[in-house]
Ligand binder design. Structure first.
Ligand SMILES: [Cu+2]
Length: 344
């Protein structure tokens, strides 16, 4: 459980200590038709296998459950803190291993470079992840392998976060809330941030210095609050969120903003991994982090002072609950973890 299963095979016949071959996560535009089919098929399979950690959930839904419950105030593991990036890095690794296990194929998660219109078109094509929602059908996705009737949600966030409790994929690509995706210039701006994170190490960390908060995308935040057991960022949907957050908003969309409970698509909710685009988006976020690390070094802060699960040498929820004692420090070097990203 602890050790990462690295792709089999070492290059060369040398008996000297050799480096295992690195897995390569490709740009979505580099995938062959067969690789696209294999990726989607493996996702569909995961949805029908039981989770090895909780027999009540499917293997796929286990990941949705973890992401959703990471917002529990007692846990508060995965967002609005420096642990945002390592937490999702570990989640992607477990998800990638799960895809390999159910498919028996050397699958890697492709990344969606949303600064490239060709990549965006490839992601939302009918033979891959399907298109946007149909406004005549409540913005339900009605095309592709994840369409309504084919792909059902079993894990939903609390009503506070997801008042409509829909069980099918809802998207409104590029709607009024976020009409454009982040640009390559903005990615470069992120890469130029001098520090991994910056006090107070949360949603309010100064984005002049904090790479993590710049990339996570909180803007004009007033803080965080525990409401009915769930950590809620004190921002409004209308606030111009950027980078990672903006991509979630661009895919999901939000409308009827004047309502007390505005409607928002699946990617905007705490249970956002219900839209498998989540994985391609987060692979890209992880790739940008690895780029920043290449430039600035594998540095993480803080070393101490934050609640458990957020400091350099802490283990993280939920991984520690399934026997994975990996610390944040052990998640900083992707080559040591056995993978790299291909150039776009
Ligand atoms: Cu997330």
């Amino acid at each position: 459980m602890l050790a990462l299963v690295v792709a089999a095979g070492c290059s060369g016949g040398s008996k000297k200590a050799h480096q295992p071959e690195l897995r390569v996560r490709k740009d979505v535009t580099q995938l062959t038709e067969q690789e696209k089919r294999d990726f989607v098929d493996a996702i569909l399979k995961l949805k029908h296998r039981p989770s090895p950690w909780n027999p009540k959930l499917s293997y796929y839904d286990q990941f949705v459950w973890w992401h959703t419950n990471a917002f529990d105030c007692q846990i508060d593991a995965a967002h609005m803190w420096p642990s945002f990036l390592p937490w999702h890095r570990k989640l992607l690794m477990l998800f990638e291993n799960a895809l390999r296990k159910v498919s028996g194929k050397p699958i890697t998660i492709p990344y969606w470079d949303w600064t490239d219109p060709n990549a965006t078109a490839a992601v939302f094509s009918p033979d891959f992840f399907g298109g946007g929602g149909d406004p005549k059908h409540g913005y339900a996705v009605t095309t592709g392998p994840l369409r309504k009737g084919k792909w059902r949600f079993n894990v939903l966030g609390p009503k506070l976060n997801d008042p409509y409790q829909r069980r099918y994929l809802v998207r409104d690509l590029g709607s009024s809330i976020a009409t454009t995706l982040p640009t390559a210039e903005q990615v470069n701006e992120a890469l130029a941030r001098p520090r991994y994170d910056y006090p107070p190490y949360d949603i309010k960390a100064n984005i002049k210095y904090s790479f993590r908060n710049f990339l996570e995308g909180w803007r004009h935040a007033k803080g965080m609050k525990c409401i009915k057991g769930t950590t809620v960022p004190l921002v409004t949907l209308q606030d111009p969120q950027q980078m990672h957050n903006r991509v979630h908003l661009w895919v999901g969309g939000a409308w009827d903003l004047k309502r007390k409970k505005p409607r928002a698509g699946s990617m905007v909710l705490n249970a956002s991994p219900n839209d498998p685009v989540f994985w391609l988006h987060h692979a890209n976020i992880d790739r940008i982090w690895s780029e920043w690390e290449r430039i600035h070094g594998e540095v993480y802060e803080p070393r101490s002072g934050l609640p458990n699960g957020k400091n350099l040498n802490d283990t993280m929820w939920p991984y520690r609950t399934i026997g994975i004692e990996t610390t944040i420090a052990q998640l900083l070097d992707i080559r040591k973890l056995g993978y790299r990203y291909s150039a776009p």
